[in-house]
Design a protein around this ligand. Structure first.
Ligand SMILES: [Zn+2]
Ligand SMILES: [Zn+2]
Length: 232
């Protein structure tokens, strides 16, 4: 996990037919991402863990028309700001998978446990997500993949056409998600990375929950946790 700095700014912008604007939020510098359809300007916000005012600023700066909030998993630094953002934008909260209900309903307890406070709120989303379903906004489509291990209800958002995705706390540049939290499962995490992520193309760009973006090819080559893992 990374330390907070003040004056957080938008770190990276990726241009494909979907734009991705990464806004690090919370003292844990969690990568909230604004995915924007370049043609229609419709947008979704993935993992608004906190610092809702920074997210609103990014929406205004890009001229995005938000249509939904998507969540990868129920940890407070990813999900804590979702209810406040929903109230401001009047859009539904989708995800994560229902197996993270115990986490979205214990955001404030998680803040106390970790001693990190994001002004989060306990909630249930408008809808839980299922493996394999396709979510769309504007002309952009993402597939939901259920990828437990870091948490039981963790999902990935995968855009095959643009070869870009949001992977939450499953895979990082040079590392993988922690599994020493309650209901973490290291073997299951590795199995799911091998089954769901490693078959993606080398130039598939992913935004992790913390730290810089990377590609599946780069991680396949150099990530020490993935060496010797076979796909499929
Ligand atoms: Zn997490
Ligand atoms: Zn995280």
């Amino acid at each position: 996990m990374m330390r907070a700095t003040t004056g957080q700014t938008e770190r990276e912008t990726f241009l494909r037919s979907v734009e991705a604007h990464v806004v690090p939020v919370t003292p844990l510098m969690q990568n909230c991402t604004l995915f924007l359809c370049r043609e229609t300007k419709q947008a979704v916000i993935v993992d608004p863990g906190g610092d809702v005012s920074l997210i609103i600023e990014a929406l205004e700066r890009t001229g995005a028309e938000p249509v939904a909030i998507w969540l990868t998993h129920g940890h407070f630094d990813h999900a804590g700001g979702a209810p406040a953002l929903k109230r401001q934008l009047d859009v539904p909260i989708l995800g994560p998978h229902a197996n993270d209900a115990w986490l979205t309903t214990s955001i404030t307890e998680q803040e106390r446990t970790f001693g990190v406070f994001v002004n989060g709120e306990d909630f249930e989303p408008d809808r839980w997500l299922k493996d394999g379903e396709v979510l769309s906004f504007g002309r952009v489509r993402f597939t939901v993949r259920h990828c437990p291990g870091h948490t039981p209800g963790h999902v990935l958002f995968i855009n095959e056409a643009d070869r870009i995705g949001q992977f939450g706390d499953v895979l990082f540049a040079g590392s993988i998600g922690r599994t020493d939290f309650p209901r973490g499962d290291h073997e299951l995490l590795l199995e799911n990375i091998a089954r769901i992520i490693l078959p993606l193309p080398d130039d598939f760009l992913f935004i992790p929950g913390h730290g810089p973006a990377s590609t599946v090819g780069e991680e396949r080559r150099s990530n020490p946790f993935l060496q010797g893992l076979s796909t499929g």
